[in-house]
Design a protein around this ligand. Sequence first.
Ligand SMILES: *[C@@H]1O[C@H](CO)[C@@H](O)[C@H](O)[C@H]1NC(C)=O
Ligand SMILES: *[C@@H]1O[C@H](CO)[C@@H](O)[C@H](O)[C@H]1NC(C)=O
Ligand SMILES: [Zn+2]
Length: 440
Amino acid sequence: MFICILSLPLFHTFISLLTLFLGDVRVRSRAGFETERRGSHPYIDFRIFHSNSEIEVSVSARNVRRLLSFQRYLRSSRFFRGITVPNSSNILDDDYNGQAKCMLEKVGNWNFDIFLFDRLTNGNSLVSLTFHLFNLHGLIEHFQLDTMKLRRFLVMVQEDYHSQNPYHNAVHAADVTQAMHCYLKEPKLSKSLTPWDVLLSLVAAATHDLDHPGVNQPFLIKTNHYLATLYKNTSVLENHHWRSAVGLLRESGLFAHMSLENRQLMESQIGDLILATDISQQNEYLSMFRSHLDRGDLCLENANHRHFILQMALKCADICNPCRTWELSKQWSEKVTEEFFHQGDIEKKYHLGVSPLCDRQTETIANIQIGFMTYLVEPLFGEWARFSNTRLSQTMLGHLGLNKASWKGVQREQSGSGDDVDPAFEEMDSDILPQEPRLS
Ligand SMILES: *[C@@H]1O[C@H](CO)[C@@H](O)[C@H](O)[C@H]1NC(C)=O
Ligand SMILES: *[C@@H]1O[C@H](CO)[C@@H](O)[C@H](O)[C@H]1NC(C)=O
Ligand SMILES: [Zn+2]
């Protein structure tokens, strides 16, 4: 379904026409590496099937992305018209709008239903929620932000998520941003964070999976995807999310009024936050967190310590699904499994070798969730609760325990045996988790 339908020569003609109309808009960044053009690349692009014509194909793919961006602008401008017309004639829209506004009054509640919010905002949860949070935290006033540029930036961010991904889409980004907001409000953080910290946290949360292709890093590596080459097989997706975010920040001009020094600092600090979400690096972050907590030497007046805590907070926000209520948590579990299995289907179809957790013949949601909770979520949230021992942390651990018990119930019904933890996670623990140190 995501496979090239055009023949290659025809495709080139098409691309030449396209280039003629759109011109070459590549930008070379000051730091010497190219800012990534945003835009969706399909699950499988041409490279996989034509890896002998590497260079030609990579030029074409860039143009395809440009086309997709162009389409996105058209959609965006429609969206703008929609939200700037003061009085909508549609009573139903007004009603939904009213309900969405009402929900935003409780944006700091851990039970916030992002799926409902997304429906009420007609699929614009990421834009609406993030804009609201910028306002709520006083960032617009403090940083003298142009609200039109802010909205345009957020629309571009939202549109660069792939809505066809079951899990890694703009709703996940909105969910992570909402969770991040809950953590920023925790007493230890709220009393020490500066507006700058809050700004970085919200931008990083909203952009942390930008342009996610719906497949994981091992898939990109084994299909010789250009991103794997570009980032030398290390934090391939996270580097791409970060560079895509930087591309949009520059393009939107949202912070053009700040000094170059500050903008560069912002770009690199957002990178540190986004790169921390690479789950294969979790052991490194967690052991650092643990030793700080053992020594009791975290000092939030120290900017480096604050940024380390924000990295941990974003990591928590990113994998907090099992800490939500069962109703919300279960939906996320279904979505992420659907995305894994979809990758597995592609891997089977093209004889690429099915990745761990991706085989719908041998895996179940319950097994995957129990493994995920045991190896990744429980250790992280256990330490987080040591750092921030609040009602929210207890609530999250409470849901985590209940949800795990529910999945164990499902597992027992399905198998009748006491097969507790997915062997794929054992594999993942030893094969994938400890990796070479990340580039930074
Ligand atoms: C929109 O509706 C409100 C309340 O119904 C009204 O007060 C306002 O004047 C209207 N604005 C426009 C531009 O029609
Ligand atoms: C990335 O991994 C692939 C497959 O294992 C390997 O062929 C390639 O050399 C690796 N690239 C780098 C830069 O390590
Ligand atoms: Zn994520």
